[in-house]
Design a binder for this molecule. Structure first.
Ligand code: TYD
Length: 136
């Protein structure tokens, strides 16, 4: 079963000259079809507040610090992303809430194009219908 988890990317460079982080598709849990990034989010705003029925995502704090709460198949997870060389894999059917610290930038690689009907935006419905542990 796919669980929410941290991924470490390949990192090239050093302190003197800086770094490049690389993600090639054969080292990822899926081949991305869409990228988006979220920025200029005020500290008092909480983003996320939804789950996806089928979408897989990898989220990277390419700048700053993100606090991400994830509910997935009977488990609750707390992640802090503050290293641009680290990504959070979020499998389908995961409710997430995301807090941005000042000037943080969230980068996301997603397994599919944008489809509004893939969203679950009602937490009670998510809890009732989608949160139960996977039997497989
Ligand atoms: P949403 O995924 O709810 O973002 P967040 O979890 O950060 O609040 O998206 C916010 C709005 O942007 C929503 O109306 C859908 C739209 N949107 C697109 O049109 N295309 C996209 O690829 C994304 C990610 C969002």
């Amino acid at each position: 079963m796919d669980k929410p988890r941290l991924l470490e990317f390949q990192r090239i460079g050093n302190e003197e000259i800086g770094y490049i982080s690389v993600a090639e598709h054969e080292n990822l849990p899926f081949v991305p079809k869409r990228f988006y990034w979220t920025y200029n989010v005020p500290e008092h705003i909480e983003r996320g507040g939804h789950a996806h029925k089928t979408l897989k995502q990898i989220i990277v704090a390419i700048r700053g610090r993100l606090e991400i709460k994830v509910w997935h198949r009977g488990h609750y997870y707390d992640f802090i992303l503050d290293d641009p060389n680290e990504g959070l894999f979020i499998p389908p059917v995961s409710w997430r809430e995301i807090k941005f610290h000042e000037s943080s930038i969230l980068f996301c690689a997603a397994s599919d194009v944008y489809k509004e009907d893939d969203y679950i935006r009602d937490f009670d419905l998510f809890m009732k219908k989608y949160f139960k542990p996977d039997e497989s």
